[in-house]
Design a binder for this molecule. Structure first.
Ligand code: ADP
Ligand code: ZN
Length: 721
């Protein structure tokens, strides 16, 4: 009798056993439909010995309904799913779900109907119809998508379908992607680049696990260099995954990719339409998607023949997922390489201390590009001491910085001002009574956005219009903005240098690939003189005429409770500095600070990267912090404050004792209210020898809480809020 054990995609259920009926293929990894009571759930056939569960007698087993028409998940992917669940203390089902993240794709091949203009005209023309016909020239999509494009209702378009003005086209949902050509346009690599490229290319040929740290200064051509092993993988018929930290960066990447390989790669990110998602998913699983460029969620997809993984800007914090399964894509990428037996390239100009330590101890092979491409020089970096050069009242830019921008304006060059704060002002208060605008759902101030004239919470999205009178004392016109955001800096530039064309670049203004592309085109065409931007503009962009970078407040990142604050400040400032002088004109960087002698600021100014990393490494060693020791956080939350506190205290009281492990808390989280939930945290600091996950599982698994309580574990946390 043929029985199988299934991992079902429901975190509340354990593994379930089924009988395999005649004609159903049920090899390991096969995705199947499992009956569960009156319902059907999706499951994956798994090795029973790796998935302990209750033994059910054979006569009680129900038969599987069907095997879904997709290739089985490979053994290396199954091992990756197990490893991720185990390491991050997450349910297996939640991790497996990330591999099967397109419901439509699981149902097999399909066609769908799209519409396009037929060339005919309706008997009766209306203004709406006329506008729709004009807007839809050259478009082909579903009625709903066309309605979005034309800005009319679906009913208007259905009318046009009935009149034959729009004609249906049957589209294969899984039509193949154009083929990338590894030899489309081969670049001339510098000797250093070639040497690095050869190392990676050789590793792709060797088909062995090989983790690399591509440590190259900004503008050294890391992208050009890792394109070569991608070409080699294409020649060998293997797939490549490139992870990027930000969708806004993909646009520039796509252009370069297309120039090199003759066609765009396959995209994967959360904003894909469901039809695009299903097409990409199936092409990935069948092997037709040669190169996939994506956000961190692309890491768990079922590649048929993966040959190389690249993580670009690998130090970026956005690779850390902070809800659902809390994993770090940079680290899981290396594990994927391990299970698939393929090379993994982590590329960065400012590697994470954890990655550098792995290179130092020989786990990763370090490949260096110490110079910029084409003879461009690294920018000169100077600090402006704000205690000496005080900006005027209500101003944030010191005179030397204003003068430097003015100089660029005269020369027709561009400047970039960096401040990692969206909106106009981080805090708004009443001049009369001191009332401060606070989010009702979070312990956070509302941020004023003048462009959209809203007060917004950056944690939960709560928004309100600024009221004409103070909600507390009723005084009219009494609201004052406290502190600067990028919009306010842009105002200051406009006031001081009225002829400057200023653009604010944040996730509010560059919120789609199209708008990001438009921004790049405008900068390249010289239509923007001064960019004021958040961390979004610190990486990826390459603007030859940009010769000045101003850091508005380098001290900002050093405040607050982030245990990696110094490292992050270093990375952010070094990255944004790296935008200056990338072509033939030399770049200058001015850093505004109240603490020019702070070690991280001094290291930036003197260009002493090694010195900074050494000092920071020593500090981490003393503190037993990563990479020398390990951290984990436990976050307890509930909509009821008492319930959250009691649950956290219960967890605290049950804390295990271990000589090599310290447990701090529970204490209210810095963000003690988030999206309507009260939060408490515990922080664990353990030596590397401690079996942290096993201890956590035993500790937390023995406790049961009321239904409203959520307990989340964050292994290797990046956020301490
Ligand atoms: P990084 O990612 O290391 O900061 P990029 O890969 O963005 O650097 O390269 C910087 C610039 O130099 C880009 O415009 C890139 O096209 C150009 N470049 C780098 N290497 C070459 C090369 N071998 N041939 C032509 N252009 C190159
Ligand atoms: Zn909020």
């Amino acid at each position: 009798m043929n029985r199988v054990r299934c991992l079902v995609l429901n975190a509340a259920l354990g593994p379930l056993d089924y009988r395999v009926p005649e004609g159903v293929a049920a090899e390991f990894g096969q995705v199947v439909e499992c009956p569960l009571g009156p319902r059907t759930v999706v499951g994956i056939v798994w090795e029973a010995e790796r998935l302990p569960g209750a033994e059910v007698p054979a006569e009680k087993l129900r038969p599987l309904r069907a095997a879904l028409p997709i290739p089985p998940l490979s053994a290396p992917l199954r091992r990756l799913i197990e490893w991720t669940a185990d390491y991050y203390c997450a349910p297996l089902a939640s991790v497996a779900r990330m591999a099967l993240s397109s419901g439509g794709a699981l149902r097999g091949p399909a066609t769908m109907t799209e519409y396009r203009l037929s060339g005919g005209m309706p008997e009766r023309m209306t203004a709406q119809r006329e506008a729709a016909i004009e807007a839809l020239d050259g478009e082909q999509a579903t009625v709903r998508e066309l309605a979005g494009i034309a800005g009319v209702s679906e009913a208007v378009l259905r009318g046009l379908v009935n009149h034959g003005v729009l004609e249906p086209v049957e589209v294969d949902c899984d039509r193949p992607y154009p083929r990338a050509d590894p030899d489309h346009a081969q670049p001339d690599l510098s000797a250093e680049q070639q040497k690095a490229a050869d190392i990676f290319t050789e590793a792709v040929r060797a088909k062995q696990f090989a983790p690399f740290l591509l440590d190259g200064v900004t503008g050294s051509g890391k992208t050009e260099t890792y394109f070569e092993p991608i070409a080699e993988a294409l020649r060998l018929g293997r797939q490549v995954l490139v992870l990027l930290p930000e969708i806004a960066l993909t646009e520039a990447f796509l252009t370069r990719f297309e120039e090199r390989f003759g066609t765009a790669p396959v995209l994967w990110h959360s904003a894909l339409k469901s039809t695009e998602r299903r097409r990409a998913w199936r092409a990935i699983a069948e092997g037709g998607a040669q190169v996939v460029v994506g956000a961190r969620s692309a890491l768990f997809l079922p590649y048929a023949r993966l040959g190389l993984v690249v993580v670009d800007e690998a130090h970026e914090v956005s690779f850390k997922q902070d809800d659902g399964v809390r994993y770090n894509a940079r680290d899981v990428a290396v594990m994927r390489g391990h299970f698939e037996r393929i090379p993994v390239v982590l590329a960065s100009a400012t590697p994470a201390l954890e990655s550098l330590a792995m290179a130092e101890n020989g786990t990763y092979t370090r490949v260096e590009l110490p110079r910029r491409f084409g003879g461009a020089q690294m920018p000169s970096i100077t600090t402006i001491d704000l205690t000496q050069e005080k900006p005027g009242r209500g101003a944030w830019l010191a005179e030397p910085l204003i003068a430097a921008i003015a100089e660029r304006l005269e020369r027709g060059e561009q400047s970039l001002l960096f401040l990692n704060r969206r909106g106009y002002a981080p805090l708004t208060l009443c001049r009369n009574c001191g009332f401060r605008f606070k989010c009702p759902n979070c312990s956070a101030w509302l941020v004023e956005h003048r462009f959209s004239s809203r007060l917004a919470c950056h944690h939960c999205g709560h928004e309100t219009a600024p009221p004409p009178t103070c909600p507390e004392c009723g005084e009219p016109d009494c609201l004052v903005a406290c502190g600067p955001g990028v919009e306010r800096i842009a105002d200051e530039v406009a006031e001081r240098l009225p002829e400057a064309r200023v653009f604010v670049a944040t996730s509010d203004t560059l919120n789609s690939p199209g708008r990001a592309a438009q921004f790049v085109a405008q900068v390249e065409a010289g239509a923007i003189d001064v960019i004021v931007g958040t961390q979004l503009v610190t990486k990826g962009f390459h603007f030859p005429e940009l010769t000045l970078v101003g850091v508005v407040d380098a001290d900002l990142g050093l405040e607050g409770g982030d245990l990696r604050a110094a490292e992050r400040t270093y990375q952010q400032v070094a990255q944004v500095a790296g935008r200056a002088g990338r072509a033939s004109k030399p770049g200058e960087v001015l850093i505004q600070t109240r603490h020019p002698d702070a070690p991280v600021i001094a290291a930036l100014a003197s260009g002493d990267r090694d010195g900074f990393y050494e000092a920071e490494t020593e500090a981490r060693r003393m503190a037993g912090a990563p990479p020398f020791g390990r951290w984990a956080a436990i976050i307890v939350s509930s909509e009821e404050e008492d319930e959250a506190r009691e649950a956290a205290n219960r967890i605290g009281a049950a804390r295990p004792r271990h000589d090599d492990m310290a447990i701090y808390g529970p204490a209210p989280a810095p963000l003690s209210l988030l999206r309507g939930r009260y939060r408490y945290r515990l922080l664990i600091n353990a030596k590397r020898s401690v079996e942290l996950q096993a201890i956590l599982r035993r500790w937390l698994g023995a406790l049961h809480h009321t239904a409203g309580v959520r307990v989340n574990v964050d292994v290797d946390p990046y956020s301490f809020m």
